[in-house]
Design a protein around this ligand. Structure first.
Ligand code: FES
Length: 173
């Protein structure tokens, strides 16, 4: 037999034979197993926004303004407003205190409104209509060393517990 003929008949024997089928199946199984193992090493991870984040400098916040820019990503309203006669900058949690729906800011009516059952909150977070049993909560807020405002969502302050008097719950303006 010529060399060429021998080569082609060997190839035909290899790839058409049960041995070739078995080896191919084995290789495919091993590949699947290998991919699954690599995938296992990198499990699904939910990337949450950080609990501490910066929201700019004091001069960016006009008195009387509710900043809505951080509501979607961080779940917070930054307000430069009056509370009991004092001008303060504070960070209100967007969740309604009834059942936790996300409130919306109505600029024309100057109030936070809950779309679920109609609770309403003044700009300072105090509830005045609907079933919400208490005001919106505040997050900790302070001026960092570099002059940036930093919000810390790991700490909350509740008005009904007298916690809005805590100096960490606002920045005096
Ligand atoms: S969840 Fe807001 S009023 Fe019910």
């Amino acid at each position: 037999m010529h060399r060429r003929g021998f080569f082609f008949s060997t190839l035909r024997w290899l790839f058409g034979s049960p041995l070739a089928v078995g080896l191919t199946s084995l290789a495919a199984t091993f590949t699947v197993w290998l991919l699954a193992s690599v995938r296992f090493m990198f499990p699904n991870v939910l990337i949450e926004p950080p609990l501490r984040f910066r929201v700019g400098r004091m001069e960016q916040y006009v008195p009387g303004q509710v900043e809505t820019r951080h509501a979607d990503r961080h779940g917070v309203w930054i307000v430069n407003g009056h509370f009991e006669g004092r001008l303060q900058l504070y960070a209100l949690r967007v969740e309604c205190t009834h059942l936790g729906c996300t409130t919306i800011w109505l600029e024309s009516e100057q109030k936070f409104k809950c779309p679920c059952h109609g609770s309403g909150f003044y700009k300072d977070g105090i509830h005045f209509e609907g079933p919400a049993p208490r005001p919106l909560e505040r997050y900790a807020i302070h001026l960092a060393d570099d002059g940036q405002i930093e919000v810390d969502k790991s700490r909350t302050f509740r008005h009904e517990l007298g916690e809005w008097e805590d100096p960490d719950s606002f920045i005096p303006v």
